[in-house]
Ligand binder design. Structure first.
Ligand code: PAF
Length: 281
């Protein structure tokens, strides 16, 4: 496994890959868990070689304390990737390799996708995501890039970004991997105490309850039910719950027979912010 810290040397190495060889790409912010590894394995199955980037992107954090506390475990990440069978290349840059001194994000209009849910609560977040994903895709030039569905809004925005910038890459979404208690796997879970880890299962249980009741219960009643479940669990602070149209990500007030819906939750366990979602129909 080769590790690059500079975009020029990485791009140069990748430029010698034969035209008929397929490059897969898994962008990450490190603190790798089984969810990331499942993306890398899928990418290895479908490509001749796979690039994994490990970079905590400062421009997508609206809260400096969150950026400072984001888990960073590069040595462990490398060990995990080394265990995989297949040709993995790691890109582990410093901020200065990807940003000039201003460390700023480009402003994007993703046709309103960026103004829903995460966009409302994390101002500028998707400008940061768009900026870094665009930079990385232009350096790696993969045939296919893999993103987890835990960040479902991010996945939709990346698909839009690629269409807007006409980047020749296929974007593949991969299902959420869960802990045995149902909690969606996330690098942020490393920051939970054992008690918080157990309590956070309410997020999954509530999403499942919403899914089970979706066909027989109004959206207004489901919204009330979720508020009630979180009131019963005061150690988890609900930031938002939304049932949204999968395509537009717009909040659904009532069901339309031909549309697909997903339920989305963001909640805090202490100062750890967790998100999750589930398809409803
Ligand atoms: O999902 C993530 O880990 C990040 O948002 C990404 C896509 C690597 C961009 O920094």
């Amino acid at each position: 496994m080769v590790i690059y810290s500079q975009k020029e040397t990485l791009a140069q190495a990748l430029s010698s890959v034969a035209k008929n060889e397929k490059i897969g790409f898994v962008p990450t912010m490190g603190a790798l868990h089984k969810g990331h590894i499942s993306l890398v394995k899928k990418a290895l199955d479908e490509n001749n070689l796979v690039v994994v980037s490990i970079f905590v992107n400062p421009t997508q954090f609206n809260n400096p304390a969150d950026l400072a506390k984001y888990p960073r475990t590069p040595e462990d990440d490398i060990l995990l990737l080394k265990k995989l069978k297949g040709d993995v290349i790691v890109y582990l840059p410093e901020v200065s390799d990807l940003y000039d001194a201003s460390v700023s994000a480009k402003k994007y209009n993703f046709g309103n996708l960026e103004n829903e849910m995460e966009g409302k609560h994390r101002k500028g977040h998707f400008d940061g995501v768009g900026t870094i994903v665009s930079k990385l895709l232009k350096i790696v030039k993969p045939n296919t890039a893999y993103f987890g569905e835990k960040d479902f809004q991010q996945l939709q925005i990346v698909k839009k970004l690629v269409a807007m910038e006409k980047l020749p890459v296929k974007i593949v979404g991969c299902p959420i991997l869960r802990e045995s208690n149902g909690l969606a796997m996330s690098s942020r879970n490393k920051r939970l105490s054992t008690k918080q880890f157990e309590e956070a299962t309410i997020i999954y249980k509530t999403l499942k309850e919403v899914r089970d009741k979706f066909s027989s219960t109004s959206i207004t009643d489901l919204n009330a039910l979720v508020a009630e479940r979180f009131l019963q669990n005061p150690n988890l602070n609900l930031e938002y719950f939304e049932i949204a149209n999968e395509k537009t990500l717009k909040t659904a007030k009532r069901r339309n027979r031909d549309s697909k819906y997903r339920a989305f939750i963001a909640a805090f366990a202490g100062d750890v912010r967790l998100i999750d979602n589930m398809p409803l129909n």
